[in-house]
Design a protein around this ligand. Structure first.
Ligand code: NAD
Length: 365
């Protein structure tokens, strides 16, 4: 307990919880604790104006509990704008479970987590994220209906990653159309950073189109596997940011676009799947614009996954999932054009449209 280590007087000096760096008018934050299973989780509900807050559960071994809180605040906010820009009737939410998914995830812990989700009565709907598998969602489904991303044989829409990759591919093509006048990626030199579930599927699309694909990952085994499957080239250097390339596709972690990397980047386009790519949205969005790098906003082009899980709530099928995901091409082109016309960052151009949709719905109520 924090009062064990600081006096009430000192406590007053600590920044208030609502004053956290990433707190941005979040509606509700729920701290879940269960001694028996060892569950420690935080559910973040950022905004429910457009609908219930939907977003995945991430299990991660955070350095500190504050890091976990910061992550859930940032990720849940991102979901609000992702669903809004995609035209879905969903709000933004996310959950984090503190711990190592490889060693600390037990069925009992997941079931207890599901009960906490259930206790929110549908204000928050969960799904898969880093550290989770479709089978975990199937388990959660046994204690609450407020979960998506369950297996196809249990009536769900299955693994969202291939659809996410297809949406990123559509966004990348739109960015190429904007930057080069053609959306054909043949012979374009593309660096895919992180070839996990989404990255690998993106490499497949790029290879099929004849792009010159370079791959990086921290797993040598994955690199060799993906190289052999799609004739991609493993990047053997130690600083991809300084390499000559046409397109940089971050598909691993967030915040890779920052003071250090922007200085070095020679890419014309950034289009990838990772969430929260800009370390600081305003500052780094502007730095990219000043350097003439076309940035396809992450929360816009990686929405395929949420389109996929939304199908479970709205009962639409694969064809409609594909149609909605292909539309990411049109929306991206529209946003890049708008940003240029208004001389604003592409991030802000996308953000404005999303916010306007939320405000309009709020005014209707
Ligand atoms: P994943 O865990 O399957 O893949 C991530 C890959 O990145 C792994 O292969 C990992 O080894 C690699 N990696 C980790 N650190 C790295 C580093 N420093 N350099 C290079 N590679 C590194 O995750 P995923 O489902 O493919 O998701 C990738 C990103 O896209 C994540 O940021 C995720 O939040 C985001 N995203 C995923 C989906 C989805 O449908 N899966 C939807 C939207 C956004």
């Amino acid at each position: 307990m924090i009062t064990d280590i600081v006096s009430p007087k000192e406590l007053k000096k600590i920044a208030p919880v609502f004053g956290q760096l990433s707190f941005d008018n979040h509606e509700q934050i729920v701290f879940c604790n269960d001694k028996d299973t060892g569950l420690k989780a935080i559910i973040g509900i950022h905004n429910t104006v457009l609908g219930p807050a939907l977003g995945g559960t991430r299990m991660w071994k955070y350095d500190t509990e504050w890091d976990a809180l910061n992550d859930v605040l940032r990720l849940s906010r991102g979901m609000t704008y992702k669903s809004a820009i995609t035209g879905l009737n969903l709000g933004g939410g996310k959950a984090v479970i503190l711990g190592d998914a490889k060693t600390q995830k037990t069925p009992e812990l997941m079931l207890r987590f599901g009960e906490f989700v259930h206790s929110l009565g549908g204000r928050y709907i969960t799904a898969e994220d880093v550290g989770m598998a479709t089978s975990d969602m199937d388990l959660v489904r046994t204690v609450t209906p407020y979960v998506t991303g369950i297996s196809e044989d249990k009536g769900g829409a299955g693994n969202p990653s291939p659809i996410t990759a297809y949406g990123v591919f559509m966004g990348m093509k739109a960015a190429a159309k904007f930057a080069y006048g053609s959306d054909i990626l043949e012979d374009k030199k593309v660096f895919v950073q992180g070839i996990g579930n989404v990255g690998e599927a993106l490499v497949e699309h790029l290879s099929n189109e004849g792009a010159n694909v370079f791959i990086t990952d921290i797993s040598r085994e994955r690199l060799e596997n993906v190289r052999d499957k799609y004739h991609a080239t493993i990047y053997e250097g130690d600083n991809l940011y300084g390499e000559e390339m046409d397109i940089y596709a971050p598909c691993a972690l967030g915040a890779t676009i920052n003071d250090d990397t922007i200085d070095q980047l020679k890419a014309k386009i950034i289009a990838g799947a990772a969430n929260n790519q800009l370390a600081e949205e305003q500052k780094h969005g502007k730095m990219l614009r000043d350097k003439g790098i076309v940035y396809a906003p992450d929360f816009l082009i990686n929405a395929g996954g949420i389109i996929n899980v939304y199908a479970e709530l709205e009962n639409y099928g694969k064809q409609e999932i594909i149609r909605k995901t292909e539309n990411i091409y049109n929306t991206t082109l529209e946003i890049l054009t708008k940003a240029q016309a208004k001389n604003i960052t592409t991030f802000n151009a996308a953000f404005e449209i999303a916010q306007a949709r939320i405000d309009a719905r709020k005014n209707e109520k």
